[in-house]
Ligand binder design. Structure first.
Ligand code: PLP
Length: 374
């Protein structure tokens, strides 16, 4: 072919840099000839998959020759009951990533715009860019903000709204900063946004904030028909590999998303497992407990090494190394520990570290002391 296919791609697609996933342990082991490496790079559950999900998968296996239920009747009903909404308000996705993209595809096009905060989840930028719409990136709070360093600045987000803005993405809590906005401030923000602009509140880590000054936007759906809440089974629920997430919205917004989603965007195994884990309160309790324990361990390591860490609004911490973190990332790799560089987010002096098991955190502690302290 004489013409570069990239030149044939839609204008929005041409400028996209692909999403950089965390390095898999198998890749590191191949590259460095190591075994038993530890991956703390993708905010996965250190508990492994829930037993309840594995049992449901075994039951579902006999039906794998058949297409999934395209309406996911059982899972949507079960979710609706647990969230106290109607099944018609739920749009399932192949991960919540899928619904974040569907929202952009459904509501954006060239000539329209979307707003999100600097240092917010990378998928928003990719989703918006692919549609050819304009992104207005609001400045974040400063790195030395006492509570929410690099967090969402709701005034800056409001200032970034334009007449052609159809979508605002707010990660609450946010990845990679671990910051979150309190319920009163967020609610006031939502009321400042015109009803013709959707406010997508991405609550991928909401489970981890139980008992904190945090509230889900779900109860506002009735009074704010332009709010969309997204959630996932990938983080606290330990099903990242199956890819299942969802949006909760007005039935009318769900109807729009339903027009463009792939008819079978959530596979049969994912539907069965997700439904089963919703009854597995024990798994969630254990996930929160092991997360709290690992957070404390990483905070202690960081304090010993004189490193500042961000807030704990998730299953990871953003660690500020105060200098180029690329050599530290590399040094940790050589110790068999994979963490997440965030230079692509404009944070070259930081690394994002997911919370693992106590054994993994101990291994990280040893590696960090060698690489940073040594
Ligand atoms: C991990 C993550 C998601 C999406 O994860 P899925 O596996 O696609 O459900 C969404 N938002 C944020 C902020 C995340 O960190």
């Amino acid at each position: 072919m004489s013409l570069d296919p990239a030149q044939l791609a839609a204008p929005g697609v041409r400028g996209i840099q692909p999403y950089q996933p965390g390095k898999p342990t198998s890749e590191l082991e191949r590259e460095l000839g190591l075994t038993g490496t530890v991956k703390l790079a993708s905010n996965e559950s250190p508990l492994g998959p829930p037993e309840s999900a594995l049992a449901a998968l075994r039951d579902a296996a006999g039906e794998l020759a058949r297409y999934p239920d395209g309406n996911a009747y059982a899972l949507r009903r079960r979710l609706a009951a647990s969230l106290d909404v109607a099944p018609e308000q739920i749009t399932l996705g192949n991960g919540s990533n899928d619904v974040l993209v569907l929202l952009a595809e459904a509501f954006l096009q060239p000539g329209l715009s979307a707003v999100y905060s600097r240092y917010s989840f990378a998928v928003y930028a990719l989703a918006v860019q692919a549609t050819g719409a304009t992104a207005h990136v609001a400045d974040a709070l400063p790195p030395d903000h006492p509570e929410q360093p690099l967090g969402h600045d709701l005034d800056a987000l409001a200032d970034a709204l334009a007449a052609d803005t159809r979508l605002v993405y707010i990660a609450n809590p946010n990845n990679p900063t671990g910051t979150w906005v309190g319920p009163d401030a967020l609610r006031a923000f939502v009321h400042r946004v015109p009803e013709t602009t959707l406010v997508v509140v991405d609550e991928a880590y909401c489970e981890y904030l139980r008992g904190r000054d945090y509230a889900s936007a779900l109860p506002w759906l009735a009074e704010c028909p332009n709010v969309v809440v997204t959630r996932t089974f990938s983080k606290a629920w330990g099903l990242a590999g199956l890819r299942v997430g969802y949006a909760v919205s007005s039935p009318e917004i769900a109807d729009v998303l339903n027009r463009i989603r792939q008819p079978f965007n959530v596979n049969a195994a994912a539907q069965a497992a997700a439904e089963a884990v919703l009854d597995d309160a024990d798994y969630l309790e254990r996930a929160l407990a092991i997360n709290a324990e690992g957070m404390a361990a990483l905070r202690a390591t960081a304090a010993d090494l004189g490193l500042r860490v961000g807030p704990d609004g998730g299953n990871f911490l953003l660690v500020d190394f105060g200098r180029d973190a690329a050599p530290i990332y590399q040094g940790l790799l050589e110790q068999g520990v994979i963490v997440r560089p965030v230079a692509g987010y404009g944070l070259p002096g930081y690394l994002r570290i997911s919370i693992g098991t106590p054994a993994e955190m101990a291994r990280l502690d040893t590696a960090l002391r060698k690489v940073v302290g040594g």
